[in-house]
Design a protein around this ligand. Structure first.
Ligand code: ZN
Length: 287
């Protein structure tokens, strides 16, 4: 496993981590100031400053991207299907403009939550099928512009609203069916918050292999978790054995960024520089 204790060369900041403390350009400036070399932007943060300004900010600061968040939210009713397709194409185009290595897919759950306004349904099986069809279609376009797609399995607590792909196994089954040749254009984003509880995780990481390991996200699981979406912990403050998971992905050959992604009212209430300093310190000591 790589030694992170001496520097933070392999730290990437998911920009949602400090979304309340500044806009995208301010976050990029802060990263550059603190020697953070990569970010993973959210589309809404890019949209707020404008794509062109975002591209320029990243380029001027000399940053790399470790991903682009996010595409997906595939299940919808028929009336919202074209919007969904257009939206996902735009995600690919923006990722291309920003020179991202992949678009992270949060695949969506039931249609009324994935694409608000859609007719309500409780048919989770139908949602699973729409996810598979949606990825297949998006992958055609993504391949045409050479932009890999990374399916992020989410903790089962999100099955209804954010993602009905909840295990690494399910994500890899989709990869096997939609990209049997393992072309490098479809893989997974593994986030310790979503995968740490899974008794099969080490076997599934072995199954993933280097070609499909497109991103690795870190934070921590707080006990108790007061808010399933916005109470993620800083690495080292919770229950997850982060080094054992990093060791497992690196044993498969993963050599990309360790991306810090923390949605937390607690950390959003602290000054940006304090959060980034803490991220750097924890990256070096407990990741
Ligand atoms: Zn993540």
């Amino acid at each position: 496993m790589r030694d992170f204790s001496k520097d933070h060369r392999w730290l990437s900041l998911n920009t949602a981590t400090v979304r309340k403390q500044g806009d995208f350009v301010q976050i990029v400036d802060a990263c550059a100031r603190m020697g953070i070399r990569a970010v993973s932007p959210w589309r809404d943060q890019v949209a707020t400053v404008g794509l062109e300004r975002a591209v320029k900010a990243v380029r001027d600061a000399g940053l790399e991207l470790s991903g682009y968040c996010r595409g997906g939210m595939f299940p919808s009713d028929a009336a919202h299907r074209q919007d969904m397709r257009d939206d996902n194409r735009r995600a690919v185009d923006e990722a291309k403009a920003l020179n991202a290595p992949c678009v992270v897919l949060v695949v969506g759950g039931l249609p009324q939550y994935s694409r608000p306004g859609s007719a309500p349904s409780k048919d989770l099986g139908a949602a699973h099928r729409q996810v598979e069809d949606g990825i297949a279609e998006m992958l055609e376009y993504a391949k045409s512009v050479n932009m890999p797609l990374a399916i992020e399995p989410l903790h089962p607590a999100y099955a209804a609203d954010r993602a009905c792909v909840n295990t690494t196994k399910h994500a890899l089954d989709l990869c096997d069916r939609l990209d049997p040749a393992s072309s490098g254009m479809l893989g997974v984003a593994l986030d310790v918050y979503h995968i740490w509880w899974d008794p099969e995780i080490h076997a599934q990481i072995k199954r993933t292999g280097k070609k499909r390991l497109l991103a690795f996200h870190v934070c921590d699981w707080m006990v108790p978790t007061k808010d399933i979406l916005n109470d993620r912990g800083m690495m080292g403050d919770g229950a997850i054995d982060i080094p054992s998971l990093r060791r497992a992905v690196e044993a498969e050959g993963f050599e990309g960024y360790s991306e810090i992604e923390i949605f937390s009212h607690d950390w959003w209430s602290k000054p940006m520089d304090e959060v980034l300093r803490t991220c750097i310190e924890r990256h070096r000591t407990v990741v």
